[in-house]
Design a protein around this ligand. Structure first.
Ligand SMILES: [Zn+2]
Length: 188
């Protein structure tokens, strides 16, 4: 299930909670359902959804719920809030990536003790499918290098980078900002 406004933000910040095994699995998924963006391979969500969802529908969902997956006899039925794809494409993509993560990681998630932790892992995995941490890190490293010896990149520069990444990777600006902040040296 995914919901709660602002989840995109929290989610990307939570990425560091992924174990190296899950990071590697996310890479494996990206490589099997590749979509090339700016020299990086992200996951092609539509192809991935075709593969893992038994059905994927637009649905009028309860307030606060953006997406939901129901498992029945091993089949996954996913619903995303009606109109989200049209009205908020970046949030739609994140919501879909979250639901796909619930399906892909189902067995792993079943072993986790609490729901909050499970949602956290799905958000982090979704972020890793859409905007791989390693790619952000590489870009930020170049920027830091370019400002070596000085006061470091300005807030305006970082914001510009966030806007460019959000546009390039088709993620929300919040997601891009948090992702970049995660890659900055501490104290910046
Ligand atoms: Zn969920």
């Amino acid at each position: 299930m995914s919901g709660a406004p602002g989840q995109n933000g929290a989610s990307v910040a939570a990425r560091t909670c992924l174990s190296p095994r899950l990071i590697a699995y996310a890479q494996h998924v990206r490589e099997h359902f590749p979509r090339a963006i700016a020299g990086t391979t992200v996951a092609d969500l539509d192809a991935l959804a075709d593969d893992v969802c038994t059905s994927l529908d637009d649905f009028p969902l309860t307030t606060g719920v953006l997406g939901c997956t129901v498992f029945e006899h091993g089949e996954a039925y996913t619903a995303i809030r009606e109109g989200l794809r049209r009205d908020e494409p970046a949030r739609y993509r994140f919501t879909l990536a979250h639901e796909l993560s619930e399906i892909l990681l189902r067995r792993y998630l079943d072993a986790l003790p609490d729901q909050c932790r499970r949602e956290h892992v799905c958000d982090a995995f979704a972020a890793e499918l859409l905007l791989p941490h390693a790619a952000v890190l590489a870009t930020v490293a170049v920027l830091i290098e370019a400002h070596a010896g000085g006061p470091g990149p300005s807030d305006a520069t970082l914001d510009q980078l966030a806007r460019r990444m959000a546009f390039t990777y088709d993620v929300s600006l919040t997601a891009a900002r948090i992702s970049i902040a995660e890659c900055l040296p501490k104290g910046t």
